[in-house]
Design a binder for this molecule. Sequence first.
Ligand code: A3P
Length: 400
Amino acid sequence: MDRLKEKMNKWKECMETKGLKVSVIAIPQNRLKTEKVGLSSVLAPERVWGRLKNLHKGHCMVAMARKAAFFAFAFLMACVFLRSHGAAPGAAVQSAFRNASTPLSSPHDDRRPLRAGKHGHRRGRWWRAMARDPSLSPRFPRAIIIGVRKGGTRALLEMLSMHPSVITAEKELHFFNTDEKFSKGPEWYRLQMPPSHDDQVTLEKTPAYFTEPEVPGRIASMYAGLNITDLRLLLILRDPIDRLLSDYTQLMHNRGERGKARPSLDEVLLTRDGKHINTDYKAIQRSLYAGHMENWLRHFSRDHLLIVDGDRLIREPLPELKRVEQFLGLPSFLGSDHLYFNATRGFYCLRDVRRNRCLNDSKGRPHPNVNATLLAQLQEFFRKPNHKLYTLVGQTFDWA
Ligand code: A3P
């Protein structure tokens, strides 16, 4: 008992010097055994203190881990919120919208275009770039490729993206032809654009714009409201029959992917009696360029619109690219060393700063054979609307 008392005093002294209060409670001997607390540990305060300290450290670490997890979660939620609202932290501190009504021409400099990376990396790269260079900012497009679907829009965008004065939005935004997106307003649209310098041209492409009736009016009124008067429209057109076959090929490919039936060309292009062209078929309507063009010319003057020859862009891209450079007022830059013909693909590919690259396999798929009767019917069907288009735009094409 004396030994125990002596030990208890030692305990008290030891713990009190470490700022701990000690209360003495009696525990029956058998309980001590079951709890695996031997008398030696009861009698060794330094050892118990060591354990207490470790326990305390453990608590601290758990608390720190909890705090870190909380902050990580809060950061993640903030990112998700900003992303869903189209904002970028870097953009928030950027200066307010810069007046984009400066002329499109700019002295050529050596800067490489800031390219959008793939998928989720894109915005991270933009924020970092804007943090490094405060003169970078997302800007409203000063040129839009409005279509036409399957006209060669991707090839045109990619080729122009090699120009140091052109910054391209990689994704098709469908801003003006989707009510839900359009309702988000101009600022949302601007923030979808990759950052650019003031003297660069931001270029967006959404091929569906050309054939959606509400789009020209929406673009015209939004840009008028923003006081941007120098917007340029690029339209790439291809022989309407080739475009139709390309569209059909794409649509059937998509149906195949979804496990759906793939009707034959005759089934979709002809009426049930097989005698007439089926004008209800969307892909046929998209190839009736004149009607869509009339709608655009109600809102834009002809000199704001350049029609790129899509058939020529396939055979001989450079002259078409030079026309675009001139139309956008860009310094002459693109040359034969930026393109090379890839015999395996049967198309021109890009000799980019970083690497040689061709468009992906979804471009240049083989088209179905068209029998002579159907081909003659299609040629007859498109003859009049084609001529109407030539008159409307004051430009001819060597379409069949
Ligand atoms: P096909 O796949 O029918 O051959 P879009 O990009 O508007 O969807 O247009 C696709 C079309 O671009 C392709 O249609 C292809 O013919 C054409 N194109 C033009 N230049 C091309 C290029 N350099 N590489 C691949 N396809 C090109």
